[in-house]
Design a protein around this ligand. Structure first.
Ligand code: HEM
Length: 502
């Protein structure tokens, strides 16, 4: 808390009336009872009773900071977004980090993906990139999201976290394998938010001044270096300091050790997308860097801890629907699902006018025909027309912002199962490559011990069935990995191998 500045300021009621007595309620006689007319008592109690707003249904525990995006390389051949039209351009930004499954008071060092949600205040509107510290995700159809998240939260009867629910779901949804593998490496327990990469994860599009479209993925490489806890170190930190990542970020920025990330993109042309061996819009897959190299774009730096956590971090509202001219959606089903979900969540959590809260408000131009609603705190359009079209006002759509049309590869509406379609049911090649080609010997050792530790928590009458099914997936990714996990779980590896052949 900052030192009180001189001269002091008068204490007032919420309506601004200076008053004297903040600690003692007016009473009849020294020993009470209290008088209702000392309404300040009620004002204090009533406000206190309403201090809590709903916590985010996911990513409830988090921290955030303001900073700057600086463009260092020219990518204007891919996008007409104004922020990228010149090297040296800068814009203010806000970044909120989070864990996913835990409640608002949960520990920072839990094994969990980490949220990496960016808001860029560009002159073309606020651009939100609501990603994680992993390039992929557990599922690839948004209809499964609530089921998946239920398994990461508390079990309905015991109100305890349940490894059985988690592995049951993962074993029945093999598209999760790639992300589960990353989660079980030490990247599942980052040392702090400063020491991890961020990813936009989805495939987005970029549209240039000639209205040509490419598909794009966003990457943010930490300049602090990747640093992770091992499983036992993370467990120890949970006991020692529940808020380790929050503390680490605030202290670094307060000490002017401003954390930075290098922003990069991968680009795929529409033609390349047609022949890519996997679905380029499948969030459970990466685009190999050897084929789609990282292209440097800029740098983000966090340099200001908000002066009030609730006002800025708790009330921050990010939405994948917030894109800007020159950056667009893609057919990625998960992205499509998220387009509607977030604004709906914010209307529930913060109210319909949440985009007027300073951290969410566009500092440039906002003109539309939305009116009224709870907590409307701007001038509400003053006396201007509140309908469109009209013959009086000057707020009109600008055709030049229209995106080029999409060419779709099908006009057949159906419910497409994950096990149909070329390349779409290959849940094993990329996890296998990750295990064999990307992870180091010690990464692999820690991965196996983390998986064995986590799967050992599976209990109940379906234990054997869930373990065997999940073992099948590990075997299919890599036989050696499957063998090592089976033996760690005390299961005869050869027998398990035989079982999985049948
Ligand atoms: C937060 C829904 C997938 C990253 C949230 C919230 C909802 C939600 C409702 C809470 C919003 C709030 O109250 O402020 C969904 C749905 C998904 C999905 C329906 C899939 C269909 C993903 C994926 C990622 C992601 C794939 C990352 C690649 C985040 C992050 C936050 C968040 C970082 C926290 C934002 C913040 O810091 O305020 N999600 N999510 N989500 N989600 Fe998702």
């Amino acid at each position: 808390m900052e030192e009180t500045k001189k001269p002091t300021r008068k204490l007032t009621t919420a309506s601004g009336r200076p008053y004297t007595e903040h600690e003692n309620t007016q009473s009849v006689g020294r020993r009470g009872p209290l008088l209702l007319q000392d309404f300040v008592l009620h004002e204090k109690m009533a406000h206190f009773n309403r201090e809590r707003i709903p916590e985010r249904v996911v990513h409830a525990k988090g921290t955030g900071a303001y900073g700057t995006l600086t463009v260092t390389h020219d990518i204007s051949k891919y996008t007409k977004a104004k922020i990228f039209n010149k090297i040296g351009n800068t814009c203010k930004m806000f970044l909120r980090f989070s864990t996913v499954g835990g409640e608002k008071g949960s520990a920072d060092s839990e094994r969990d993906p980490r949220g990496f949600a960016l808001k860029f205040y560009t002159e073309d509107g606020n651009w939100d990139l609501v990603g994680n510290n992993t390039p992929i995700f557990f599922i690839k159809d948004p209809k499964k999201f609530s089921d998946f998240i239920h398994t990461q939260k508390r079990e309905p009867r015991t109100n305890l976290k349940s490894p059985t629910m988690m592995w049951d779901f993962w074993s029945l949804n093999p598209e999760s394998l790639h992300q589960v593998m990353i989660l079980m490496t030490d990247r599942g327990t980052p040392f702090s938010y400063r020491h991890m990469d961020g990813f936009g994860s989805h495939t987005y599009s970029m549209i240039n001044a000639d209205n040509e479209r490419v598909w794009v993925k966003f990457h943010f490489k930490t300049q602090q270096g990747i640093k992770n806890f091992t499983g036992p170190e993370a467990d120890a930190m949970r006991a020692q300091d529940m808020d380790h990542s929050q503390r680490d970020l605030v202290e670094a920025i307060d000490n002017k050790d401003f954390p930075k990330w290098t922003m990069k993109i991968q680009v795929m042309t529409e033609e390349e997308a047609k022949t890519f061996r996997w679905n380029p819009f499948d969030l459970s897959k990466v685009w190999p860097h050897a084929e789609f190299p990282l292209i440097e774009v800029g740098e983000i730096e966090l340099n200001q801890v908000p002066r009030n956590y609730f006002a800025h971090v708790e009330q921050a509202a990010f939405a994948p629907s917030n894109l800007i001219d020159g950056i667009g959606f893609s057919p990625d089903k998960m992205l499509q699902g998220r387009i509607l979900s977030y604004a709906d969540a914010h209307r529930h959590r913060l109210g319909v006018n949440y985009e007027q809260i300073p951290v969410n408000a566009c500092p440039f131009m906002v003109n539309n025909y939305h009116r009224d609603g709870q907590m409307r705190v701007d001038d509400n359009g003053n006396e201007e027309p509140n309908y469109y079209p009209n013959s009086f006002g000057d707020v009109i759509p600008d055709e030049s912002y229209k995106e080029p049309a999409w060419e779709l590869d099908s006009n057949i509406a159906d419910w497409y199962d994950r096990n149909e379609g070329e390349g779409d049911n290959d849940h094993y090649t990329q996890p296998g490559d990750l295990y064999r080609k990307v992870l180091s010997e010690s990464d692999r050792k820690n991965l196996i011990s983390n998986i064995v530790g986590a799967m050992s928590g599976i209990s109940g009458p379906r234990r054997e069935q869930i373990i065997n099914l999940q073992l099948c997936h590990w075997f299919r990714a890599d036989i050696g990995l499957g063998m090592a996990i089976a033996s760690g779980l005390g299961i005869d590896a050869n027998q398990a191998m035989q079982q999985q052949k049948h």
